[in-house]
Design a protein around this ligand. Structure first.
Ligand SMILES: NC(=O)c1ccc[n+]([C@@H]2O[C@H](COP(=O)([O-])OP(=O)(O)OC[C@H]3O[C@@H](n4cnc5c(N)ncnc54)[C@H](OP(=O)(O)O)[C@@H]3O)[C@@H](O)[C@H]2O)c1
Length: 246
């Protein structure tokens, strides 16, 4: 089904995990996709090659979320090469751990820069290009709204900030017909949180359905929000976590 035919999407952190699954899914649905990465050049290229080999359109661009100029350049390059930008997926993120006695100022600044400041920078850079019907979809976390263990305060803070950003942007951009939403995955099998990792059983114990998401599960929800049926949904949070937040 080519529900996104003619659309252009930019996915931050598309080289691995949830971002790679979103890039593949949006391309399958017909969008031309640009994805960013920071270290994973070969992995990003392999995602691009996979999309192109099945008839899709994709490009990878190195842009560190900490570098506003690099993110802005990725947006400008997308618009210049593909003629516009309809869908922004703020996905790139890091998962710092440590209690308040353990975390450092450097980790605090890095977490804010990558997880929170970059989605604001990306939104600032895209809005001048985004037409009516545009979408901004940010990947938050179910830990934004519930903190079941110590040691994740920086991460939870950064993801909670994305909720306020989403609601504010939805108000700012609603008059222009641009929808802004945040998707909160729970435990999702990626490098960040492997389903067979030593911390996976405690996570499963919180869930009503004790099964990790596959990255494609999150991508399916994102693709729906990006598509035509999502046109009335804005300023909303979607939790996809096997009922861990019930
Ligand atoms: N996995 C989970 O259980 C889970 C649950 C809730 C929310 N999330 C959120 O989902 C998003 C994706 O997570 P994931 O599990 O797919 O993580 P992942 O497997 O660690 O992949 C992270 C992606 O982000 C990119 N990235 C990291 N730092 C970056 C930076 N400074 N600038 C640009 N790109 C950067 C990485 O690029 P490189 O390959 O170049 O390093 C990679 O593509 C994150 O926002 C995360 O917080 C994940």
């Amino acid at each position: 089904m080519q529900r996104l035919s003619g659309k252009v999407a930019l996915v931050t952190g598309g080289s691995r995990g949830i971002g790679a699954a979103i890039a593949r899914r949006l391309a399958e649905e017909g969008a031309a996709v640009v994805m960013t990465y920071v270290n994973g050049e070969a992995q990003a290229q392999s995602v691009v090659d996979g999309i192109v080999s099945t008839g899709g359109q994709a490009t990878a661009v190195r842009a560190d979320n900490r570098d506003a100029a690099a993110l802005e350049a990725a947006v400008e390059r997308t618009v210049a090469e593909l003629g516009g930008l309809d869908i922004l997926i703020n996905n790139a993120g890091i998962f710092p751990t440590g209690t308040i006695e353990e975390v450092t100022l450097e980790e605090l600044d890095r977490t804010i820069a990558i997880n929170l400041r970059a989605p604001v920078v990306a939104a600032m850079a895209v809005v001048g290009h985004m037409p009516e019907g545009g979408r901004i979809i940010t990947i938050g976390s179910n830990l934004a709204v519930r903190v079941p263990w110590p040691g994740i305060s920086l991460y939870a803070m950064s993801k909670a900030g994305l909720v306020g950003l989403t609601k504010g942007l939805a108000r700012d951009l609603g008059p222009r017909g641009i929808n802004v939403n945040v998707v909160h995955p729970g435990s999702t099998d990626t490098d960040m949180n492997p389903a067979d990792g030593e911390l996976s059983d405690p996570q499963r114990s919180l869930m009503a359905i004790p099964r990790y998401n596959e990255a494609g599960d999150v991508a399916g929800l994102v693709a729906w929000l990006a598509g035509p049926e999502g046109r009335s949904v804005t300023g909303a949070e979607f939790t996809i976590d096997g009922g861990a937040n019930i």
